[in-house]
Design a protein around this ligand. Structure first.
Ligand code: FCB
Length: 458
């Protein structure tokens, strides 16, 4: 099967390509992007609450005070998931909602919200997959010691992880420690696109190491408390040299080192990649043998978020990505083949535990026309990426589930509400949700997969 020549594969035929009857169909969100209720029921402030108040940080000047108001509408939103037929839902816990200062007292009202959400999901037959850190660091920790730049966050994060595992572990289908540490470190502390908006490569490198240590310490702390599968979610954007020159190849290799190997190597091999350490030079973090031992905890699964590839050009002006299958509304090149290649590659190079595609999706300039959202582009994106995924599985990648990003249109970080990723369109003024054509398509695919495997059993 080739992602290009079967571009019109219907949901039924595509569903058959997923021969594992237990393959999980899901969708993903994160707390800061949908919950709202930024100050309700004792929630503490996060670095994103603050970042939104700084002039010029968010493209449309918006904030996350209300977002999708999911905090109050979670029952309706779970009903949407049920209508889709989802097996699984990935969401995150806002650390400052359950521990306002990031240390010390727990906020029972905050835990109650997640308790209700988990109950609602289980009652709907949907497996809850939790992420502990999807970027909303308690602002107090930022004030006290510049957040992740300090190793003091490591034991605090582990204590928070343990508390979640102790309270909810038995009802969760999985717990991931971090979402996309590359984004936290690089976009938060080096390029200033994300909170807390700093611009130091040395700090970012140190942050990335503390994140890795926090991941390891959290796994270690949770292990004795729960039998639920534990893992981490990494964003992988495979790098391709634009031209077959030595300079482009070398630059692509470093890009791959910074984005993929910098996180995969310590987790699965117990060391940071030597070429990246050399590349960082004086900015490389201080690392001890104990740190590396802490990071290399056995994991039950690996979450991979895949959206696009990086097209690396050292020429001036840079050679642009060809974009034969187009670009999304984020300007990201649509290149599904990289998903197949990358999954096969990491399977070969790291022998990872079972993989979940914990995010994949596209922003599209969706519009409501005659009561519908005809997002043909998103259906094409979904179809081509699922074909690429089926192909990777055929080639030996052990992928157990797929989570579309995102269930709802939501707050897309520094892009504010200008980018729509959802299966459901959200009218932010009325908070009305409307199933896009892609939601209908995904629903059909999930139903076809179930029907096909039920028939098989007869
Ligand atoms: C990922 C983030 C997620 C969302 C998508 C579009 O990097 O994990 O929160 O913003 O990108």
């Amino acid at each position: 099967m080739n992602a290009n020549d079967t571009s019109k594969l219907g949901p039924d035929a595509l569903a058959r390509a997923f021969t594992n009857r237990d393959f999980q169909w899901g969708s993903a969100t994160s707390a800061a992007q949908i919950e709202g209720a930024a100050r309700s029921d004792g929630k503490g402030e996060s670095i994103w609450d603050r970042f939104c108040r700084e002039t010029g940080r968010i493209n449309d000047g918006s904030n996350i005070d209300i977002a999708c108001d999911h905090y109050h509408r979670y029952k309706d939103d779970v009903a949407l998931m049920k209508w889709l037929g989802l097996d699984a839902y990935r969401f995150s816990i806002a650390w400052p909602r359950v521990q306002p200062e990031g240390s010390g007292a727990w906020n029972e009202a905050g835990f109650d919200f997640y308790d209700r959400l988990i109950d609602e999901l289980l009652a709907a037959g949907i497996q809850p997959h939790v992420t502990l850190y999807h970027w909303d660091l308690p602002a107090t920790l930022h004030e006290r010691f510049n957040g992740w730049a300090s190793p003091e966050v490591v034991p605090l994060f582990a204590a928070y992880a343990a508390e979640v595992a102790r309270r909810f572990g038995s009802r969760l289908a999985s717990i991931s420690t971090l979402n996309e540490p590359w984004c936290v470190a690089t976009l938060g502390y080096e390029t200033a696109q994300f909170a807390p908006g700093q611009t130091s490569r040395a700090t970012a490198a140190q942050v990335s190491h503390h994140l890795m240590m926090a991941h390891g310490a959290a796994i270690l702390a949770m292990r004795p408390l729960t039998k639920t599968p534990l893992g981490v979610v990494l964003n992988h954007t495979p790098a391709f040299p634009a031209q077959a020159t030595e300079a482009d190849r070398r630059a692509a290799r470093i890009d791959d080192g910074l984005n993929v190997r910098w996180y995969m190597d310590p987790i699965f091999r117990g060391q940071y990649p030597a070429d990246v350490i050399e590349h960082l030079g004086e900015d490389a973090p201080t690392v001890t043998a104990q740190d590396l031992a802490l990071i290399q905890q056995p994991l039950d699964f690996l979450g991979v978020n895949f959206y696009t590839r990086s097209f690396i050009s050292t020429r001036l002006p840079a050679v642009p990505a060809p974009g034969k299958q187009g670009f999304t509304d984020m300007g990201w090149e649509i290149y599904p083949k990289a998903l197949t290649q990358h999954l096969v590659r990491i399977t070969r190079e790291y022998a990872p535990p079972p993989i979940y595609i914990t995010e994949n999706g596209m922003a599209n300039a969706d519009q409501i026309i005659d009561g519908r959202v005809p997002d043909e582009e998103r259906i094409t994106y979904l179809r081509s990426h699922l074909q690429a995924l089926a192909r990777a599985i055929e080639l030996g990648a052990d992928v157990r589930g797929y989570f579309y990003w995102s269930l709802l249109d939501n707050f897309e970080w520094n892009s504010g509400y200008t980018k729509r990723f959802g299966l459901f369109h959200v009218d932010y003024a009325s908070q009305d949700r409307l199933a896009k054509d892609s939601a209908h398509w995904y629903r059909e695919l999930i139903a076809a997969h179930k029907a096909h495997h039920m028939l098989e059993k007869v």
